[in-house]
Design a protein around this ligand. Sequence first.
Ligand code: GLC
Length: 726
Amino acid sequence: MRKIVMVAALASCGAAMAITDAEIEALIGKMTVEEKVGQLVQLASAGKADGPLSEDATGVALPADVAETVRKGGVGSLIGACGVANFNAFQRIAMNEARVKIPLMVGHDMIHGVMTQAPIPLALSCAWDEKLWYDCGRLIAVETPAKGCNWTFAPMVDMCRDSRWGRIAEGPGQDPYLGGKMGAALVKGIQSRAGALPVAACLKHFAAYGGAEAGRDYNTVEMSESTFRNVYLPPFEDGVRAGALTVMPAFNTLNGVPCSVNKWLLTDILRGHLGFEGFTISDWEGVKECEFDRHGMAETHAGLAVLALAAGMDQDMMSGLYQRELVQLIQDGKVPMSEIDRSVRNILKVKNALGLWENPYIDEAKLASQIDLAAHARLARAIAAKCCVLLKNDNSVLPLEKGARVALVGPGAEDCDSISGTWSAYIENRFEMTLPEGLRGAGVDFTYTPCYDWKKGSVDSDALAAAAAKADVVVAIFGQRGTESGEGWSVLDVALPKVQVEALDALKATGKPVVALLMNGRPLAIPELAEKADAVLEAWCPGTSGGGAIADVLTGKVNPEGRLTTEFPVATGQLPLYYNRLRTGRPTEVSAQYLSCYRDGPFRALYPFGYGLSYTTFAYANEKATVADGTLTLEADVTNTGRVAGVETVQAYTRQMVGVESRPVRELRAWRKVPLAPGETQHVVLNIPVAQLSYWAKDRLVPAAGPMRAWITSDSVSGKTLEFRL
Ligand code: GLC
C-alpha cells in the first residue's frame, strides 16, 4: 500500500510535481547540516512578540528574528496565521535570499472553518453525510490561505467514549467506521486545492488521545492492542488512505510510551502498517514534554532529540529542542545522518506535493474572487441545520406554530464565541449567528430575556414568569458555554448545573410548553430535560449563521435529520459510555445483585448512538440478511408514516457471536440517508463486504466467521434481529 498512498496524496492535491524525486535528492545532497536541521524546525510566525521588525523589499514589516532564521534556512515551517502579506514576504526570503531555495509551510488550527465557522466537528459528525463533511473541508481549503496559511492541523479523528474529555467537541464521535469516513472526507476537502494555494491536512492526534483515563486531558492511555487496532486506529488509516500529507502525534503515553517518541507507533504502525509517506509534526512542544520531570523519557534534551528522531518524529513544533540539539548530535555521531535525511525527505516531498516550488505564493487576486462570505454563511447555515439532533418532541410541540408567541430565555443566545465553540480564533463571518438575529430573520414573534446564567447565580423567577406569561411557548437554552469544551476543558461532572435545573422547574411551573434548546460541546447528562421538557433539540455549537439554522429547525423550514455519534449518559458515573461495548459474563439489563449493572441507576445511555427524531415518523418492514459472493446484504422497506417529508438515516449493524476474543454487542457497518415523502416507502439495500467484518485480535487480523447477527434499523439499540452464518 505504501506507494499507492503517496501517489494518492499527490493526486488529492492535484499538484503538478515541480521537482522530481531525483531533484529532491540533489537538494538534500547540497544542504548543510544546519539547513537540514532547519527543515525539522517549526517556529511561531509572529516570532518574539516584542521583538524588532524588519521590512522586506516590498515594505512588509516582518518579525526580524523569524525573517533572519528563514534567510539562514533555519526553519521548515511556521505556526500561526500571519496574513497574506507576511506569508508572501517570508516566502520571498525563503525562495530568493536563502542559500537553498526551499519554500515554507505555515499552519494553524482551522478545525471547522476559518472566517466562516461550520459547527464544531462533533456536531458535523451528527450529519452522517460525507458530502457535507467534504464541503466543510473545502470551505477550510478556500478560506485558510486568506489568513496566510497553507496547512491546517485538521481533521482531528480521535475516537472518544468519555464526555468528561473536553476535546470530544473536536472529533467525529465514538464510532471508528463513521469517524473514518468523516476524517477521510475532511482530508479530501481540505486538500482539494480549491483555494488560492493548496492546503495540507494533518491527521491528529496520533494516537488514542481520546482514550485518556477518566477523561482527563493529556492523561495516560492504557488499552489492549485489539481495542487500539479495532477502534482508535481505523480513522487514521482512512485519513492516510485519503492522502493526508501530515500527521500529528498525541501528547499522551500509549501503554507507557509517549506518542512523540513511540517508534512502534510512529514507524511500525504509521509507516509500516498504514503506509503513510508524508511527515509527522509534533504537537505543541510534545517532544519536550517527554523530558526528565514530565514523561521522563530521557535525562537530557539531547537524549530526547535522539529518541524522538529515531522514533520517526520529523518536525518539532515550537519546543526548539531539535533546533538546539541536533547539529551537535550529528557532529558527535550520536544521530545518524540517514535519520536526518529521512525526515528532510519526508518534508520536502510534502512541500512538493503542495506544488510549492511551482507556486510558493498566495495569489491575492485569486483569493478575493473566491472568498464569498455570504455564500459561505449560507453553506454554514444549511450544514448547521443538518447537524441538529431532535432528542424529544412530545405532542409535536415542534415545529413552532406559525405566529406563535415565543419566549426565548437562557444564557448565551447573543454570545458568538459560545455559539461558534472551540477553535474559532479566526471567525469574522457572523451573519445571523445569534439566536435573536436568527429568530428575527425567520419572522418569529419572540422576546428574549436571559433570566439565568450557564452555571452561576440564581434564576430571575419573576422575569421568567413574566416572559412565559406573554408567550405561547418557551424556548429555553440549556447546556454549556461553547468555549467550555475543547482543549484543556476536562470536567468532573457532565450534569446540568443547579441553576439550569432550577430554571427548568420554574418553567415547568408556568404550564407553558417548554422547548429545551441544548447548546454544548460535549454530551451531557440531561435526565431532567428528558423528563420535564416537552421537546429537546440538540444544536451543539452551530457556528456562523447558527441562530438562523436553529430558527430554520424550530420553525420547521428544516426537518431535523441529525443522529447522535456519541451517547448521552444519565449520569457522569456511567462514563466511559459507548454502544459498541463488549458483552459481559453477566446480564446488564436489570438492577440486581451479581449482575453487570448499577444498583443506583440505569445501565443504558439516556440517548444512544445513532438516535435522533424527525418531525415525521418512519417504519421498517421486511428486514432481511443474506450472504453471497463475499457480500453481506441487509435490506428493508422503510416508510415515512408521518405527514411531512423527512430524511431517515438507515443504519446497518452486525455482531460476531463467537470470536477468538469477545466481540462488541453491535458495530456500525454502513448507513444511508433516505429522503422520504409522506407515505412513501423505499426498499433500502445496504451491501457490506464480508471482509469489512474482520477484526483484530492483538496484531492478528481475524476473518468474521460462525454465527452472526445483524440489524438494519434507525439506531444502535433498536431493530429486528437477523441471524446468519459465515
Ligand atoms: C495544541 C493542540 C493541537 C494543535 C496544536 C497547535 O496544543 O493539542 O491540536 O494543533 O497545539 O495549535
